[in-house]
Design a protein around this ligand. Sequence first.
Ligand code: C2O
Length: 547
Amino acid sequence: SVTRVYNFTVQPLSVTRLCKTKSLVAVNGMFPGPTLYANEGDRVIVNVTNTAEYNITIHWHGIRQLLSAWSDGPVYVTQCPMQTGQSFVYNFTLTKQRGTLLWHAHATWLRGTVYGAIVIFPEYGTPYPFKAPDEEHVIILGEWWYANVEEVETTALLSGGPPAIANAYTINGLPGPLYNCSYTGTGNVNTSDTYVLKVAAKKTYLLRVINAGLNTDLFFSVSNHKLTVVEIDGDYTKPYTTDKIVLTPGQTTNVLLSTDQLAASYYMWASPYISAQNVSFQKIQTLALLEYEGFTTSAAVLSSAFPAANDTNSVTTFSTSLRSLDNSVYPEDVPQTVDRSLLITVGLGIKPCDENHICQGPNRTKFTASMNNFTLVLPDVAVLQAYFFNIAGVFTRDFPDNPLFPFNYTGNPPANQTPGRGTKATVLPFNSNVQIVFQDTSIQGIESHPIHLHGFSFYIVGQGFGNFNSSSPASFNLVDPPKRNTIGVPVGGWAAIRFKADNPGIWLVHCHLEIHTSWGLSALFLVPDGVGPSQSLPPPPADLPQC
Ligand code: C2O
């Protein structure tokens, strides 16, 4: 293994999309940002300098950060932000993961434009456990607004309600030909601003697909071509062949595509999956092109109708079909017993306005979000520093293992479910086997929440609709469940995960819909040190930004 060194300068960049130019925050003058390449086992050093006018941190989404929690990045959890002019060196080793992940800003909503891919090749000398592709390409999906994401954020938070729907979804930063300069949802085709992937016939391509969007799950497909999933969130899967895949924000999926069709130009597309059943969204798609060398037709082929925006069936089929590879080279290690078991409700509520809160929402209220009826409030110092240096008064260790007031989570919502607020962690003893059931709730409408856990990948041992109950574990897969870092909890349902708490630190768990993160759909896990230096978090690096 080697050390890979990257330099990131966070800076403003002028970008034109949908016929309008705006200044956004980007890295190294690129949008999307640069791709990090490394092999499993490598050390990665990223020297980040912030020259933009916003405070920022960078998070390496899905990187385990084993014994390197200081480099994880969520603002006020593991570090204070880099202010304008400040720098920080992120320094971590890629341990037992390979495939595609992403990096993104983790302060305010800057990840709407500050994002890029992480490509982790297998260890040196190790082949892929599938047919070696002839070429590999990153396909990074995103969301675009005419306004700056900072304004989209401010407007949404002031309103107390949901954020503006993106004006376009993007593929590698480009909105594709369906949009004209005053997009109305139909009609005029604009062929500029389209990502084109040129391919040769009869070859195999590895597409590294990432959803870097802020607030929207996305389907992805390539007309007339099958996609074979071989890896998700940095772990190999048994090959699974399908017409379309779906990714929540934060999820990544590697697929193999054979160019086995007639030489032509084919649209690839992304379209939204909107699980909330009490809202109607305008449905918009984005297109890009897969163009064969020497193709003979001039019009591109668009096949397979877009799924309905609320096509939960397709999402369920896809997510329940995935299995980890689990072979002799990559054996899985699913915890068979559980030391620490939690049930965490994930959902929204209405909060009356109070002295500290903006309350321009419906009926002078604002939406809020919670886990086990607590809304996470981020302090103005980093929780990890407070923990490491024993600074009192920053956080408490009383996040509950279960909802304080159990109710029929997916039935008629009870009255008076105003969440409490706090900076609450729960302790997961070092090396304990942890099981968490995430239970969606019906308060303010059921909705799929993509829950992301920092510091760990976890096995998704089961999922279902309705309320989790004592017979649910009978359906668990404890042999080859898929391993991920972000789980789309089924709309009106539950998902059960297991992992070993072998990584000391303070770890954020949160809904990866950015609006829900802002509303506090988050909690903290505290994993204390084990025995000796190989199981203990080292002290913070000297350049860790201070608040
Ligand atoms: Cu991809 Cu906490 O983030």
